[in-house]
Design a protein. Sequence first.
Length: 77
Amino acid sequence: MIKEEIDYLKIEGMFAGATADVRRFAIQLRANTTESEDKLWGYLKTKPKNFKFRRQHPFNLYVLDFYCHIITTSYRG
């Protein structure tokens, strides 16, 4: 495991409720995206309408494919 992954697994707050296993799984998913996810992420990472999206965001026992905290919107395919 690389240092960035270890630091990420220690984060609380926004990821509270997500176990270390769920957070590790989110890291794996980000490393292995589908073509469709790549296309959508290509658009969402430009911060449309000034909304910041996250991809493969750990949430409790789930990993949300795309998540925006401000508008409380997520997509899980």
